[in-house]
Design a protein around this ligand. Sequence first.
Ligand code: UPG
Length: 254
Amino acid sequence: ASGEEVYCTLILNDAYLPGALVVARSLKKHGAKRKLAVLAVLTSISKDTILALEQHFDYLIDVKKLTNDNLTELNMMGRPDLLATFTKIALWHQTQFRKIVYLDADTLPLRAPDELFDIAGPFAAAPEIGFPDCFNSGVMVLEPSVNIYKQLLGLAVQGISFDGGDQGLLNIYFKDFSRLSFMYNVELYRTYRLYMPAMKHYMEKLTVVHFIGKAKPWDLKGVAPVDESAYASFYCELIGKWWAIYEDQAVKVA
Ligand code: UPG
């Protein structure tokens, strides 16, 4: 319905289906008070994937795959697999919605962050741990707009993005973003080996964790801590939480 507020995620291929399902199941399990949408490149996913998405999401929205032909920066990060993340800008084309709380398929909401819909303004995101003056584009609060969409598309077709992915494009466009608390997008990375005390201090407030990097939770069933560090156990605990939601038959999805 026009003016509706929704949670939304994105799926470009079958490989990320487990992630999209966990986003949906976790939001439902925690009593999310908005409907769930998924942007999907239907030409790139199987019938079974479409069926599973239909069972878990209120809105399944077909989007066209948008790729970046310039792989230089993505190769520099060792992530050529991210070449089609420009597709994410289709979020701004969804003007049937007033506000979207967007979550990457590799995030795990530990509760439903409904209060994000109360944030005023067109755009908000949390700091990127790799370079905290930038935001991470895995969790965003945004207002769709045809005008913004056209400008983002203009950048995308020219391949303008400092990292080759959507994040490098969106950070060029939204220079003055409203900053969300880091609690809404806790990027899991081994830097926390150096600052686990802060993680412990804020533990109760963690809202969304984000499994950045190439290895995703669905690749890591039953994984054991790589070393004795507090971070390694914390990371494995969260992988365990992800699996518990994935396998939780009690979550009502339809
Ligand atoms: N995605 C797919 N299939 C793929 C790759 C990506 O569906 O093969 C979707 C999915 O929703 C995923 C998102 O795109 O969560 C981003 O890709 P991901 O592999 O999760 O990226 P990250 O490792 O988290 O890397 C960072 C940012 C992310 C941004 C990306 C490119 O966290 O938000 O999209 O860099 O700029």
